[in-house]
Design a protein. Structure first.
Length: 260
């Protein structure tokens, strides 16, 4: 006969392991998908706003847990389940270190200069792709564990179909546009805070951006083609709050404007 105290200890041990097993199972089953529109396909980027899980133009994938890493990489870019669990399960804030805060302070004049929608839009590609803060390997592991579904590789991106191929040959757009995937580094939030979009080598947040192919409208008089902002969700570094967070950032699309 099994001693009574052994039976009680075994039951308590099983009960303590059940929540942990549930978390691990949920973590292993966590998935991601491309969320370009509710149907999962890339939609035309003429819309003025996109939401997470229902039209976001940011490419998503299942995260670091489903990737095959080399043995040399595992020690640097994969945190243990014990280390990553707080960021996965409880949403612990990922904060900048003191050294990274000093990086931000040294570049405050640069940040103030480009904290303007028109200036940033007209800035060179080099400016828009200039990092302010350098993240550590430990922070990379934490970010990919919590926000991994925002990241993908260039090889996994769907091809961009030319506008003309989606329309009848007899149809011509009022404002033809040029679409491209962009690994943006600096962006503005919906309340005009300059933020750094988190990017890693091989793990990128791709944004479907577009520009106008011409300034004048086809067929319509007193009409012009111009850039217009829309919002997408991304994982960013907030310089004002010194944290890594999910925020809406502005990206550009081409729209027709009628002059009155």
């Amino acid at each position: 006969m099994v001693p009574h105290h052994f039976t009680v200890s075994l039951c308590l041990h099983v009960l303590m392991l059940l929540p942990f097993h549930s978390v691990v199972a949920g973590y292993g089953m966590q998935g991601g998908s491309m969320t370009h529109g509710t149907s999962g396909r890339i939609s035309s980027s003429g819309s003025t706003s996109s939401r997470i899980g229902g039209g976001s133009m940011v490419a998503r994938y299942t995260g670091l847990q489903h990737r095959d890493l080399l043995d040399d990489d595992k020690g640097h870019y994969v945190c243990s389940l014990q280390d990553c669990m707080p960021y996965i399960r409880m949403g612990v804030t990922i904060e900048l270190s003191m050294q990274q805060k000093h990086e931000v302070q040294r570049k405050r004049s640069f940040i103030r200069k480009w904290r303007d929608d028109n200036k940033l839009y007209r800035a060179s590609a080099q400016i828009r792709h200039t990092p302010i803060v350098t993240l550590t390997p430990a922070q990379q592991s934490q970010i990919l564990s919590r926000f991994g579904n925002y990241f993908t590789s260039a090889e996994d991106l769907p091809p961009i179909t030319h506008v003309g191929a989606r329309e009848k040959r007899s149809d011509i757009s009022i404002c033809p546009r040029v679409e491209h995937w962009d690994a943006l580094l600096l962006g503005l939030t919906n309340d005009d805070e300059l933020v750094q979009v988190v990017q890693f080598p091989g793990d990128t947040q791709w944004v479907l951006d577009e520009s106008c192919a011409q300034t004048a409208c086809n067929f319509v008089s007193n009409c012009g083609c111009t850039a217009h902002t829309r919002l997408v969700r991304a994982t960013v570094i907030s310089f004002d709050q010194s944290v890594v967070a999910e925020k809406y950032i502005k990206v550009y699309c081409c729209v027709a404007v009628k002059f009155v």
